[in-house]
Ligand binder design. Structure first.
Ligand SMILES: Nc1nc2c(ncn2[C@@H]2O[C@H](COP(=O)(O)OP(=O)(O)O)[C@@H](O)[C@H]2O)c(=O)[nH]1
Ligand SMILES: Nc1ncnc2c1ncn2[C@@H]1O[C@H](COP(=O)(O)OP(=O)(O)O)[C@@H](O)[C@H]1O
Length: 219
C-alpha cells in the first residue's frame, strides 16, 4: 500500500492516506475541494456509492454512482479497499486508483466515515493520518445542511439524528478541527498535512541524504 515519492525538497518519502471524517454537513466536502485545489501532490479518492446523485454532482468526479448489484460485485471481486453502509446506502473506496496514486508518489485524500477509517487503519496504520471535523454547534450543522439545499427535509432530519452517533467516534482520530470559519479550518487541515509530510518515519530518503551531507563535510 505504501510507496516512494519525493517531497518538495527532493527527499524520497512514503505516500500517506489523509482521511477527513465528520457528521454530515460539518464541511468535509468543502475542505476536501480546497485541499485538492491548493495542495500539489494530493489526489482525491473517488468513492463508489449506491446513493442517488445530488443536483450539481458529477458521476466520476464526486462519486462513482453505481446500483446495488454492481456494488455487490465490486465487494465480491475485492475491488474495494474498504466499504460501509451509511444512511441506508453503500459507500466504498475503489482499490486500484488509490494504489496507482500511491505508487506514483502521490498522497491520497479520503472523505469517508469512521467505519472506513477503522478499516484503513487496520490495513496500513503507519500510513493513515486521520482528521475529524466538528461543527461549532448543532444549530450551525442544521443550518449548513439546509443551506446546501440538496437534500429533502426528511433526509436532513435523518442526517441530524445520526450526527451524535457519528461524533461519538471523534476520539479514534489523530486530529480534531472545529470548522467555525472555512479559511481557518482549511489552514489547520493544511498545516496537519504539511507537518505529516515531514515526519521522519515517512522520509525514507533521509538516511541517504544525511550520508551525502556527511560525505560533503568530510570531503
Ligand atoms: N466508509 C466509507 N464512507 C464513505 C465513503 N464515501 C463517502 N463516505 C461517507 O458517507 C457519508 C455520507 O456521504 P454523503 O452521502 O456524500 O453525504 P455528506 O456527509 O453530506 O458528504 C459521509 O460520512 C462520507 O464520509 C467510502 O468510500 N467509504
Ligand atoms: N465554516 C463554514 N461556515 C459556513 N458554512 C460552511 C462552512 N463550511 C462548510 N459550509 C457549508 O455547509 C454546507 C455543508 O458543507 P459540506 O462541505 O457539504 O459538508 P459535508 O461534506 O461534511 O457534508 C455547504 O453548503 C458548505 O458550503
Amino acid at each position: 500500500m505504501t510507496t516512494d515519492g519525493h517531497g518538495t525538497d527532493g527527499v524520497e518519502r512514503r505516500g500517506l492516506m489523509f482521511v477527513l471524517s465528520s457528521p454530515s454537513g460539518a464541511g468535509k466536502t468543502t475542505l476536501s475541494r480546497l485541499l485538492i485545489e491548493r495542495m500539489p501532490g494530493l489526489r482525491m479518492s473517488v468513492s463508489a456509492t449506491t446513493r442517488p446523485m445530488r443536483p450539481g454532482e458529477v458521476d466520476g468526479r464526486d462519486y462513482l454512482f453505481v446500483d446495488k448489484p454492481r456494488f455487490e460485485a465490486m465487494v465480491k471481486d475485492d475491488e474495494l479497499l474498504e466499504w460501509a453502509t451509511v444512511f441506508d446506502n453503500r459507500y466504498g473506496t475503489p482499490r486500484a486508483p488509490v494504489e496507482a496514486a500511491l505508487s506514483a508518489g502521490q498522497d491520497v485524500l479520503f472523505d469517508i466515515d469512521w467505519q472506513g477509517t477503522q478499516q484503513l487503519r487496520e490495513k496500513a496504520r503507519a500510513d493513515v493520518v486521520s482528521v475529524f471535523i466538528l461543527p461549532p454547534s448543532a444549530g450551525d450543522l442544521e443550518k449548513r445542511l439546509h443551506s446546501r439545499a440538496q437534500d429533502s427535509d426528511e433526509v436532513i432530519r435523518k442526517r441530524m439524528s445520526r450526527a451524535s452517533h457519528e461524533m461519538s467516534h471523534w476520539a479514534e482520530y489523530d486530529y480534531i478541527v472545529i470548522n467555525h470559519d472555512v479559511d481557518e479550518a482549511f489552514a489547520e487541515v493544511q498545516s496537519i498535512l504539511k507537518a505529516e509530510r515531514l515526519k521522519r518515519e515517512r522520509r525514507i530518503g533521509l538516511v541517504g541524504f544525511v550520508r551525502g551531507l556527511q560525505g560533503q563535510l568530510q570531503g
